[in-house]
Write a protein that binds this ligand. Sequence first.
Ligand code: GUN
Length: 278
Amino acid sequence: MTVILDGKKLRDKIFEDLKVKVANMSVKPSLAVILAGDDPSSKIYVNNKKKCAEKLGINSIIINYPSTVTENELLEKIQELNNDKNINAILVQLPLPVHIDKFKIIDAITPEKDVDGLTTYNSGKLFSGEKPYVYPCTPKGILLLLDEYGIEIEGKHAVVIGRSNLVGKPVAQMLLNKNATVTQCHSKTKNLSDITKTADILISAVGKKVVGENMLKSNCVVIDVGIFRDENGNLSGDVDFETVSKTASYITPVPGGVGPMTIASLMLNTVKLTEACR
Ligand code: GUN
């Protein structure tokens, strides 16, 4: 029988615990989110983050900039937030407008307030097998979900499709740090299904329908990070749920799988950074 990995249910459980924890903290956690430009999905994500934070008693501010914002304006704001004792966590929503060097902007965040775990310092710690201040939100959410359902990682063949800095690379590294054998696939990978057929755990994070029928062995654990609108305007993931769910042992739905876990991890990270500050 296929088990649905219910990200909403686990998120709600994490939120219940966090609400109590935050209520008992002497310092109210504060998250600052920088949103530059007018990408409609980013606006929805950022507002959602604020709503969730407020539900948990976490302060949250959104700092909006037009798509014409300069690198210097962003760098100055980040410096101000780095020095602000009332801000514990900083997130720069991606993507940034194309004329902005995202690496320069992200690296301006002090690692102690880098709630996404994306700075060179924190990703360097992750990639050297040391502990960063926090782990990137989506990969952390995926590992929490696997753990919640008692899915073992050690010794398993994990295939990751996608190599973004936000998801593909860090999740592959986190699985490797937990002693999985990891294969990373991407847009130039040849014979993708020959590789996916050997996966015990498959994670797809590309934003395109890339995993279909007959691409996986029976009882594979399937994690679908993709979420996009298909040609008919319907929300879709990277995985053809209809066919793949017939043979998978565990599978995340879209929506309701990885998405809620990303938000849960963001809130966990905000609280963690606040606790480390004191
Ligand atoms: N854009 C889409 N997902 C994310 C995320 O997890 N963090 C940031 N900073 N931007 C994103």
